[in-house]
Design a protein around this ligand. Sequence first.
Ligand code: PMP
Length: 291
Amino acid sequence: MPPIVYLDGAYVDRSEALVSVWDHGFLYGDGVFEGIRAYNGRVFKLREHLVRLYNSARSLMITIPVTIDEMEKAVLETCRKNGFVDAYIRLVISRGVGDLGIDPRKCTGHATVVIIADRIALYPPETYEVGLKIVTAATRKNSNDAFSAQVKSLNYLNNILAKLEAIHAGVFEAVMVNRDGYITECTTENIFIVAKGELHTPPVHVGILKGITRDTVMELAEKRGIKVRELPFTAHDVYVAEECFVTGTGAEIIPVVGIDGRTIGSGKPGLMTAQLLADYRALTSQEGTAI
Ligand code: PMP
């Protein structure tokens, strides 16, 4: 059965899930999105993702034509129609159809609303067992006065430039530094380090997306009695960290064992990382909105 896609209020076949070339999401990246995951028949942190989506849209003055409650029902219905119990769900909202000018007022219709539920492309198990090597990107993170990283927008070119650097360096990920020299986040994950037994992650104001996995990991660490601090740090602090990992909805918690040619800690995934991954997986297998 081919995937069924929610498009502007209708459930359509994958082959019919088409958006106009006049859509300002396509022409200008004028839109927002979310990536959500369903585990074992339950959508994890659904409400949190929807609140972030609606806040991203509000920040860009895009009116989503359905309420958050209706959107929640539509996400669950899309999963049901596809028969998925484990899924990666992508919500995309664009400003809608306009003309070739950038003026958002020319998008006189409604915002385009898309919900795709697809099979989750899991990272290979060795990613979690062996860990990743990453680099710091030369491309600077967009500054807060240019564009807020808290808006999960359809314009990911800043991150894509950093991803290209990772690919050319022969590694999987790159971490981006802001113009003050502080570590922000990877191209699609937040970053954590362990220093003197404490867990440190950059604060939102350095220019990061407030990751939902990041929030969850901070809660899980506190439950374990680990001291968690949101603290600006530099590449040097990562070089000398005891452990490092990245977090994201798709990635969950992936250990980082090397950066910029340096070995982090023992060069093997650390104990705190492994404990938090186990806690995170236990949580995702229990919690969530039933499909
Ligand atoms: N930072 C960026 C730039 C992202 O795109 C994402 C989402 N893939 C994250 C962090 C992690 O956010 P979350 O844990 O909410 O998926």
